[in-house]
Design a binder for this molecule. Structure first.
Ligand code: HEM
Length: 298
């Protein structure tokens, strides 16, 4: 059956050329029949050539079961199967050869009475291993002389004298960002307040009429006093120079001229007239005051 069909499928003839009597009873010209027959043919070939084929087989050996009773036996089996754990680095390896030797074990101290339970005192290192004494050139060494850090200005210095109370117990000024200066002892604002209570500090015997040219000559230099005008009045600022918190140089800028603008630019809150009242020399008069006054008398 199979051989006849095979010769026809492979030949050039059509299915209609095949004789009706040569067809099997259930044979048709549809491909399904052909495929079915091919399958049958393949089975025949396989069976005839005995190609190895997987076949369901029944297990002849029983499935092993485990129980707690044979625990030791199982462990032993695993140990014997698993490979030995290698130590790292492996012996004779480069890592092992180059690695540092383990630190030596500390030698037991000479403990006289171990039963006492006390630790032995630390062993002093040999002198060659100890740090050398600090040399005089070391910049880290605390200086034996001079001011120590965070201990304030040196004793007897100007900063220490004027930074707190003065020797006579009065407050003194300290430098600050505004431009205050250090005042010498005995020249605090309190000292000035005490001084102006004593009387006249103008340096003149009587009230003066001061012309601008006269004011200009009173510069505080070449033995002359320092005068300055404020609101038409002339003041002798010479005695106040060492008491001025802004410094003598600053105050001297107003000498021989009107000091109102300089004064108000720096400290408009300060009361000039109250502070320099006993220093009042006189009033500022026009330059031709004498001539005009003489003319008025005529
Ligand atoms: C002639 C009359 C003057 C008097 C009575 C006087 C008085 C004072 C006083 C009481 C202070 C302390 C102010 C404070 O603590 O707040 C002071 C500070 C100062 N004064 Fe005068 N002063 C005078 C003129 C001047 C002039 C003419 C200048 C500048 C040209 C000047 C420059 C300063 C400066 C820079 C300070 C320090 C900064 C400050 O304290 O604000 N002063 N003066």
């Amino acid at each position: 059956m199979s051989w006849n069909l095979l010769s026809r499928w492979t030949g050039p003839q059509k299915a209609s050329d095949v004789a009706a009597d040569s067809r099997p009873e259930n044979a048709t010209t549809t491909p399904q029949f052909v495929i079915q027959d091919l399958d049958d043919n393949a089975d025949d070939v396989e069976e005839s050539e005995s190609t190895p084929k997987a076949k369901p087989t029944t297990l002849e050996t029983a499935v092993p079961t485990f129980s707690l009773d044979n625990h030791e036996e199982t462990e032993h089996t695993e140990k014997s199967i698993s490979p030995p754990v290698p130590s790292f680095p492996a012996p004779n390896s480069a890592q092992r050869a180059s690695s540092m030797a383990p630190p030596p074990r500390p030698k037991p101290q000479n403990v006289k009475s171990a039963s006492a339970g006390l630790m032995a005192p630390p062993v002093r290192a040999p002198a060659v291993l100890r740090a050398p004494p600090p040399s005089t050139a070391s910049s880290l060494r605390i200086p034996s002389n001079g001011p120590l850090p965070n201990r304030g200005p040196p004793v007897g210095s100007q900063q220490r004298i004027s930074s707190s109370l003065s020797p006579n117990g009065t407050a003194t000024s300290v430098p600050n960002p505004r431009g205050k200066v250090l005042l010498s002892p005995g020249h605090s604002p309190m000292d000035w307040a005490a001084l102006i209570r004593t009387g006249n500090l103008a340096g003149v015997s009587s009230f003066q009429r001061v012309t601008p040219s006269e004011l200009k000559r009173m510069t505080g230099r070449k033995g002359k006093p320092a005068w300055s005008s404020w609101n038409g009045k002339v003041y002798n600022i010479t005695p106040y120079l060492p008491f001025h918190p802004g410094g003598e140089a600053e105050l001297m800028k107003a000498a021989g001229r009107d000091g109102a603008k300089l004064f108000m630019d720096v400290h408009p809150w300060v009361n000039w007239e109250n502070m320099l009242g006993p220093c009042l020399v006189g009033v500022l008069v026009p330059e031709d005051y004498r001539e005009s006054s003489l003319e008025d008398m005529d």
